[in-house]
Design a protein. Structure first.
Length: 253
């Protein structure tokens, strides 16, 4: 495994819709001396960027070339249909593909859902990008299937989206070149897997701090007075130390 000193910075590629902010924040807290550089890349180019060594790791969508790239699953995204706000699809919170079978469907060239042709009536031509397809949806040309994060990324006030129950989903993974698993890559793997700072591989954990117990305040033991010493109490129960006597009623004269 290559030492982390070979890479003074960590380059993280990410594809549209993926938000690395949480992991970047943890990185900056744990490794403030190693700058993390974010590299936005189109989904279709992400694997090539990693293979060419232009990034140390990437937050990308499946599929990736597993012959040269390692991958750790992160999460799976639901698929939604994007449509105008006054479209019939808005009548329900969830829809099925059968319910949309008669709709004109836009299929952008950068589609990430992996189907050859989405169900429905194909549009006259394929838009170049998802962003272009969203513009066509707003123009009333058709509807669009995308992972939910892309619907949020390209949100417009005149459009809405609904979950499609039986559509394929998009898997997001952390991927990196298998033959370049550096210490910094191991550090980032630890972060996305939720390891604590003491269990992150590739780094020496900080020395444990000794536990400091709070001081107990104890009441000093009462010492038994020496024989013959006054204690403030009369051991015989009478005032002035005199012998106790019983006092009777005064006699009548």
């Amino acid at each position: 495994m290559t030492g982390s000193e070979a890479s003074p910075t960590f380059r993280l590629a990410y594809v549209p819709g993926v938000t690395p902010a949480k992991w970047v924040r943890i990185w900056n807290e744990r490794l403030p001396d190693v700058p993390l550089t974010l590299l936005p890349v189109p989904s279709a180019e992400a694997s090539d960027v990693l293979r060419r060594g232009e990034a140390d790791a990437g937050l990308v969508r499946l599929p990736v070339d597993r012959t040269v790239l390692s991958a750790i699953p992160l999460y799976t995204e639901a698929t939604v249909v994007v449509a105008p706000k006054d479209h019939v699809v808005t009548a329900a919170e969830e829809v099925s593909l059968d319910e949309l079978a008669d709709e004109v469907v836009l299929h952008p060239l950068d589609d990430v859902l992996g189907w050859e042709q989405p169900p429905g009536e194909p549009a006259f031509e394929r838009p170049a990008t998802t962003e272009d397809a969203v513009e066509l949806v707003a123009a009333g040309i058709g509807i669009l299937y995308v992972p939910q994060s892309l619907a949020r990324l390209h949100h417009r006030k005149d459009l809405t989206y609904r979950t499609v129950l039986d559509a394929p989903r998009s898997d997001v993974v952390l991927s990196w070149p298998e033959d370049a698993t550096t210490d910094l890559v191991e550090d980032f793997i630890g972060i996305v897997r939720g390891r604590t700072v003491n269990s992150t591989r590739g780094r020496t954990p900080p020395p444990a701090q000794p536990k400091t117990k709070g001081k107990r305040t104890e009441t000093p033991a009462r010492r038994k007075p020496a024989p013959g010493r006054a204690t403030g109490k009369n051991p015989r129960g009478s005032a002035g130390g005199a012998k106790g006597t019983k006092r009777g009623k005064p006699r009548g004269r």
